[in-house]
Design a binder for this molecule. Structure first.
Ligand SMILES: [Zn+2]
Length: 171
C-alpha cells in the first residue's frame, strides 16, 4: 500500500517544475514576434554604464526615487537602455508612489516574463524580449481595469520624447 502511494507521488513529480515556472495569469507572455539577440553579456558590459549593466544583466534593482524617469510626464516612448527596443508607451505610465517608474502594461509582445524566487515569495520578473535585459517585476496591485503594476528600473530604460526619432535597434 505504502509503495503504491510512493509510486503515485513519483508519477506527479515531472509536473512540478512546470508549475514552478508558470507565469502569473496577469502577466501571460504574449507570443513574441521579436527575434532574440544572441549577444554575450560581456559585449553589453562594454556598451553600458556600470549601474545600467548591473540592473539589466545582473538583475540588480536601483534605489527607489533614484531615477529621473519617475518625473517624466511628456508624451513619448520608453525604449530598452541596452538594445533600444520600444518597451512602454507614455500613456501607460502612472504614478504608483513606489519610487520606481510604473506602467499598467508594456508594448504587446516586447516583454517576456519568468518566475523569480529571490525573495521568500515568488515574483514575476520581466525582461526585454529582444536582448533579455532585466527590466523589473510585475505585481497585481495596479490600477483598474488591468490591475497590473509593471514596476521598472529607470536605469534600464531610455525615454524618447514624441517628435524625436526612435533610435535604431542596437545589435
Ligand atoms: Zn533590450
Amino acid at each position: 500500500m505504502q509503495r503504491r502511494s510512493l509510486l503515485k507521488a513519483l508519477a506527479l513529480l515531472p509536473a512540478l517544475p512546470l508549475l514552478g515556472n508558470a507565469p502569473l495569469s496577469l502577466a501571460q507572455a504574449i507570443a513574441s514576434s521579436i527575434t532574440p539577440l544572441d549577444k554575450p553579456h560581456d559585449a553589453w558590459r562594454k556598451l553600458l554604464p556600470p549601474e545600467a549593466y548591473a540592473v539589466l544583466f545582473e538583475e540588480d534593482t536601483e534605489a527607489p526615487r533614484s531615477s529621473p524617469l519617475n518625473q517624466e510626464k511628456r508624451d513619448g516612448t520608453f525604449v530598452c537602455a541596452a538594445c533600444y527596443l520600444p518597451l512602454f508607451a507614455s500613456q501607460d505610465k502612472y504614478e504608483s508612489g513606489t519610487g520606481w517608474p510604473s506602467f499598467t502594461k508594456p508594448i504587446d509582445g516586447h516583454m517576456n516574463t519568468k518566475r523569480d524566487f529571490k525573495l521568500f515569495f515568488p515574483r514575476t520578473e520581466y525582461h526585454c524580449a529582444r536582448c533579455g535585459g532585466h527590466q523589473g517585476h510585475v505585481f497585481d496591485d495596479g490600477p483598474k481595469p488591468r490591475g497590473e503594476r509593471w514596476c521598472n528600473n529607470g536605469v534600464a530604460l531610455r525615454f524618447i520624447p514624441e517628435g524625436e526619432p526612435l533610435p535604431e535597434l542596437r545589435s
